[in-house]
Design a protein around this ligand. Structure first.
Ligand SMILES: Nc1ncnc2c1ncn2[C@@H]1O[C@H](COP(=O)(O)OP(=O)(O)OP(=O)(O)O)[C@@H](O)[C@H]1O
Length: 309
């Protein structure tokens, strides 16, 4: 077990009849960005709240650096809750200093850190404003600053990217990368799978309270069927539909993505594409995280909430 990892070990939680987490295990290694993904109601927030001690698990435990997370170790976790937790009437700088002191920093250190993150997250102009007067995206930057201001050893962030504009996404991504590069385990939940694929070293997919896949995107897609991307500009729609052992994944007109069953002959596919006219691209392709997610979480939409409603 690597040092300073955050480990979820068979963590279970029920709310009455609802099994929110069913023996969920995964590990966020020091220095890695771990993306925690799943449909609405899959159990992400519940798992994160348990790590923070906001909720108690019914079974299993969360460990940091090999020891169960206690009240003392929790103060070393930087947490961004889904419901956000700022004092709306407090000014940005005052709030961050207060939160840093609450985590045990001396006043001058708290001030220094607050100013540092205000600068880093582009909030300098707003530092004397009350939080409620900020746009939602800027409030989210303050929320991230609040998670970082006490120099946490672990970062647990619930949907930190939701509602951010592309520039703020870049800022947030860079901050998380920088933090991970100092050896901190960083886990965040998100529904923006393209972003998770781009940013994360490893990904965990949770479905109905169970971890159904965990690893790098490359590892998770290694067993997937071979896919081909074909660009044949003069081909008519449906040109590939009748090819044997081939499934059409998508056909946007300009690009056709095909999945080959074992035994399918990719050269026969190329010949069929050439029969339609010029072929400008013919390449093997790895499924995206979004495609993988759709396969793993096969019934679309909300989980138990939708199913039980
Ligand atoms: N306080 C609660 N009381 C009862 N059921 C709850 C409570 N909190 C969560 N649940 C249920 O537990 C399950 C897991 O919810 P959770 O919020 O952890 O999912 P999530 O993956 O974070 O979803 P989302 O992506 O929508 O934020 C859901 O079925 C939810 O309805």
């Amino acid at each position: 077990m690597p040092d300073r990892a955050l480990e979820f070990d068979r963590v279970s939680k029920r709310y009455g009849d609802i099994v929110a987490l069913d023996a969920v295990s995964f590990e966020v290694r020091p220095g890695e960005l771990y993306g925690f993904v799943g449909s609405n109601g899959a159990g992400k927030t519940t798992a994160m709240r348990i790590a923070l001690g906001v909720l108690a698990a019914d079974g299993g435990e969360v460990r940091y650096a090999g020891s169960p997370v206690t009240h003392a170790t929790r103060t070393r976790i930087g947490y961004m809750p889904e419901e956000r937790g700022l004092y709306p009437k407090m000014k940005v700088l005052d709030q961050l200093v207060y939160l840093a002191e609450l985590h045990g920093l001396a006043p001058n250190e708290a001030h220094r850190n607050a100013e540092y993150w205000i600068g880093k997250l582009g909030l300098t102009e707003r530092r004397r404003d009350e939080v409620l007067k900020l746009s939602l995206g800027n409030q989210q930057r303050v929320q991230l600053a609040a998670a970082l201001v006490h120099d946490p050893a672990v970062l647990v962030l619930d949907e930190p990217f939701s509602g951010l504009d592309p520039l703020a996404v870049d800022v947030m991504s860079q901050v998380l990368r920088d933090k991970a590069s100092t050896g901190v385990p960083v886990v965040f939940s998100s529904h923006q799978l393209d972003l998770v694929e781009r940013l994360c070293d490893r990904v965990g997919i949770i479905r109905s309270g169970r971890m159904v896949a965990s690893g790098s995107v490359t590892e998770l897609t290694a067993d997937a069927a071979t896919q081909l991307s074909v660009r044949a500009p003069r081909a008519q729609p449906g040109w590939a539909a009748t090819l044997p052992w081939v499934r059409v994944v998508s056909d946007s007109g300009s690009e056709t993505v095909l999945e080959l069953e074992s035994g399918a002959d990719d050269q026969a596919v190329l010949a069929a594409a050439l029969a339609t006219g010029p072929v400008t691209e013919f390449s093997r392709r790895r499924p995206t995280l979004t495609e993988l997610f759709r396969n793993v979480v096969s019934d679309n939409g909300a989980e138990r909430e939708g199913a039980g409603a």
